[in-house]
Design a protein around this ligand. Structure first.
Ligand SMILES: [Zn+2]
Length: 303
């Protein structure tokens, strides 16, 4: 009875965190995910404790394959979303090219502002203007996708509520992601991370540790893999911020825009810590420091 319960706890937690992990583009660290994660970890501890004979190596191998499969799915997601058979597996996020959005949803003036900002900044940055898309989300969220031909995604919240400078700064940041091909980099980094995970599991195959040895190694592997993905995501955000600040001179505007988006989206200190890496607080601090340094340098040059 206890064993059955323990295994349900273990695999229930596993499926829930796995499904969330697969469905989100960002590192899986929301409050819900963390709670599930804790249950999942307690569950597997309990399960392994009650079943010391369970071949832990097989569970490790299963996860190695799961991670590689997840990384590959995310890598080919854009293609799979287009195929008729696999399209229905993905949630319809109602992402529309800006030309197809009705004027009732986003005013003609806001659309024109979006087009002008993207055109002007990609010209200044010397990159091909991305395809402009819009989601009906009311929060202020932005992103890019694409391997060679890039898509810029802005939410209705940004288009309707961002100030002129704020919109330019957000587009500048997203162009930074496009300039450095972060979409491709992050997917390749994840494949790399999952292959390293699989390689370690393969190396452990001929060992014979007690069950808690494998449990410890498993936790260590899981933790390192999550941390690696998180670190890769953080580095790309800081690089895009630096691009907007350094290449397009929008440090101050971006720091104001980020703060405004945070307030608008109702993010608290706690969601800051669980949802954003690096935290917006850190990004705003770095951007303000950068813009102050530029101002001082300009003053010095003017004197
Ligand atoms: Zn970004």
């Amino acid at each position: 009875m206890r064993t059955t319960l323990a295994s349900w706890c273990c695999f229930g937690g596993f499926w829930a965190s796995g499904v969330l992990d697969q469905s989100s583009q960002v590192p899986p660290l929301g409050v819900k995910q963390i709670t599930l994660r804790v249950f999942w970890d307690l569950g597997r501890l309990w399960y392994s404790h009650l079943n010391p004979d369970v071949p832990m190596k097989w569970i490790l191998a299963f996860f190695a394959i799961w991670n590689v499969a997840g990384a590959l799915l995310r890598t080919f997601r854009m293609l799979l979303e287009r195929l008729p058979l696999t399209r229905r597996l993905y949630p319809n996020r109602d992402m529309l090219p800006i030309d197809e959005v009705s004027d009732l949803e986003i005013s003609a003036a806001a659309k024109a502002r979006y087009r002008a900002a993207a055109r002007e900044l990609s010209r200044r940055a010397g990159i091909r203007a991305p395809e402009l898309l819009c989601s009906p989300k009311n929060g202020m969220v932005a992103g890019t996708r694409g391997w060679r031909r890039h898509e810029l995604h802005l939410s209705r919240g940004i288009l309707n509520h961002a100030s002129h400078e704020g919109l330019l700064a957000i587009v500048a940041h997203e162009l930074g992601h496009i300039h450095y091909s972060h979409f491709a980099t992050l997917r390749i980094a994840e494949i790399f991370g999952s292959l390293v995970y699989a390689r370690v599991v393969f190396a452990l195959w001929d060992t014979s540790f007690p069950w808690y040895g494998y449990l410890g190694l498993w936790s260590l592997l899981d933790f390192s893999f999550s941390l690696f993905r998180l670190a890769a995501g953080s580095v790309t955000e800081l690089m895009a911020d630096h691009y907007a600040a350094h290449k397009l001179g929008m440090a101050e505007e971006l720091s104001h825009g980020l703060t405004r988006a945070q307030c608008f989206n109702g993010a608290t200190e706690f969601t800051q810590i669980t949802h954003f890496y690096p935290t917006v607080k850190l990004r705003v601090r770095l951007l303000s420091r950068y813009s102050r340094a530029v101002a001082v340098a300009e003053q010095g040059a003017g004197r």
